[in-house]
Design a protein around this ligand. Structure first.
Ligand code: LER
Ligand code: MN
Length: 244
């Protein structure tokens, strides 16, 4: 369906690295003229309760291994892995600085691996209802600066940004040097065009920073998966043609 609709790539959300057989997935996307845009690691949190900021060192170690295996599966498909909900959250306000430190420690290990396999790792700021660690593009930029890693980039998700940023376009421009991937989705998490994000300034900002990564549709399957996929690419073509 993605290929028929004219998409360049698909983003994969898999339950674990074992579920991604790179030869099989690579063969399918190759045969359809598609790429893999990214591989999400959120199942580590959703299905296994793992997080890179866990206060329990053994569990945190499991989270690091889970993400590292995902990074290897992604790299075999020439794609970056995404750390979104796997950043975890602090259990109380007081625990935030320590949790951020634990996240940084985990990321340092993973970024050494990213260097070794020469593949980007994406970290995604999430809205306040999902984490209290990395919420904004600014938080993400600070993290990038502190870690000083060659292979760390930000994933800018318009749904989260709509909740946390003062201004969507300003956030994108501020993230110019670090944004490597965009979740192009509307305020209500439906396909772009189905909510109330003003897209013209967002498109201008994306052009202004000469963004050359993927605009990935992480939208709800509304009114259906196929309907959302078809409407999203139609809207993207229209809005990019209209906003030169
Ligand atoms: C993942 O890309 C994301 O946006 C998170 O909200 C998942 O919970
Ligand atoms: Mn997202």
């Amino acid at each position: 369906m993605a290929s028929q609709l004219g998409y360049d790539a698909v983003e994969i959300f898999a339950p674990s690295a074992k579920a991604v057989e790179p030869k099989e997935v690579g063969g399918i996307v190759d045969s359809l003229g598609l790429q893999v845009a990214a591989l999400g690691t959120g199942a580590g949190w959703v299905l296994h309760g793992l997080s890179l900021s866990d206060a329990d060192n053994t569990r945190r170690q499991h989270a690091v291994v889970f993400v590292r295996e995902m990074m290897d599966a992604a790299a075999a498909l020439n794609a970056p892995a995404i750390i979104g909900s796997m950043q975890g959250k602090a259990t109380s306000r007081n625990d935030i600085p320590d949790a951020v430190q634990r996240l940084q420690d985990s990321l340092e290990v993973l970024l050494e691996h990213a260097d070794a396999i020469d593949q980007v790792l994406l970290i995604e700021p999430l809205n306040r209802y999902e984490t209290n660690l990395i919420n904004t593009i600014d938080d993400g930029r600070m993290l990038c600066r502190q870690l000083g890693a060659d292979h760390l980039r930000l994933l800018a998700d318009l749904f989260h940004m709509n909740i946390e940023e003062t201004d969507l376009a300003d956030g994108i421009v501020a993230g110019q040097s670090v944004i490597g991937h965009i979740h192009f989705v509307d305020s209500n998490r439906r396909f772009p065009g189905a909510g109330h994000i003003p897209y013209a300034p967002v498109v201008s900002a994306i052009r202004q920073i000469s963004f050359d990564g993927y605009l990935s549709i992480e939208g709800l399957p509304w009114p259906s998966s196929d309907g959302a996929a078809a409407e999203a690419i139609r809207f993207i073509r229209e809005i990019f043609a209209e906003s030169p």
